[in-house]
Structure formats: C-alpha cells, structure tokens
Design a protein around this ligand. Structure first.
Ligand code: HEC
Length: 120
C-alpha cells in the first residue's frame, strides 16, 4: 500500500515536470526563432535560410507541436504547428509554394490571439 502511494506520487511529480518543461519549449522556440528583426523565421520566409537553419526550425516546430499551449484547444494548436512543419518541409524540398505557405503559417497575431495566455 505504502509502496503504491510512493509510486503514484513519483509519477505525479514526473508528469508535472514534463508539463512545465513542455511549456518552456514554446517560449524558447519563440525567443530563438521568431523574436526580433533578425530572427531565423525572417530568413525562412524570404527563402534565404540555410539547410541547417531549416532543420533547426523544423525541429523546434516539431517540439512545439508536442507541447501544450497555455490557451486554446489542442486541435487548433496542432493544426497551426503542423502548418509550420509542412511549410518548412516544402521549403526543404524546394517546393515553390513553401515560402508563401510559411508566411501564412507564421502569422504571429493569428496564433497569439488564440494560444498565447495574457501576461499575469
Ligand atoms: C503556432 C503559434 C504561434 C505562432 C505562429 C507564433 N507564436 Fe509566438 N507564441 C506562441 C505561444 C503559444 C506563446 C506563449 C508561450 C509561453 O509563454 O508558453 C508565444 C510567445 C511568444 C513570445 C514570448 C516568449 C517569451 O519570452 O516567453 C514572443 C516574443 C513571440 N511569441 C514572438 C512571436 C513572433 C514574432 C511571431 C511571428 C513571427 C510568433 N511569435 C508566431 C505561439 C505562436
């Protein structure tokens, strides 16, 4: 009995840690790839990002997709992250639709309005 309780508490703690790490994933991706005039997302939209930048930003979007935003539904979040993932993959495959699709997908306000929690 005591043992079961201990295992239960350990699981709870572990999942709480995973949840908070996952939230940080989104903020980190924003700071690294979206924020500022020289952010990598600008080069991706312009079609001038290096293969390494494309690979890095794709990984960040895949991590974001697996994380949970503080606001909005999971379905909407997945759809927005998937649009980013698909667009980066198109750019990697030199599909001419890629940068146009990326510019649509990386719409800051459209996503923040739905998924970014207001500052406490
Ligand atoms: C697919 C959805 C999505 C898109 C597109 C998006 N953001 Fe975000 N952004 C978020 C979410 C969700 C948060 C809140 C993250 C958190 O605090 O956990 C956020 C937070 C931020 C933050 C605050 C990070 C911090 O310091 O905590 C900045 C800065 C930011 N976004 C910039 C941008 C810019 C600039 C763009 C457009 C080029 C953009 N974002 C596009 C979802 C998105």
């Amino acid at each position: 009995m005591k043992r079961t309780l201990l295992v239960g508490i350990t699981c709870l703690l572990a999942s709480a840690m995973i949840a908070s790490a996952a939230e940080g994933v989104i903020a980190e991706a924003m700071k690294t790839y979206h924020k500022g005039e020289t952010a990598p997302c600008k080069a991706v939209a312009a079609g001038t990002a290096s293969p390494k930048d494309l690979a890095d930003i794709l990984k960040a979007y895949q991590d974001m997709s697996a994380a949970k935003p503080a606001k909005g539904t999971t379905a909407s979040w997945k759809q927005k992250c998937d649009a980013l993932i698909v667009a980066v993959k198109e750019i990697q495959a030199k599909n001419p639709k890629g940068t146009g699709d990326y510019k649509k997908a990386v719409n800051c306000k459209a996503c923040h309005d739905v998924h970014k929690a207001p500052k406490a």
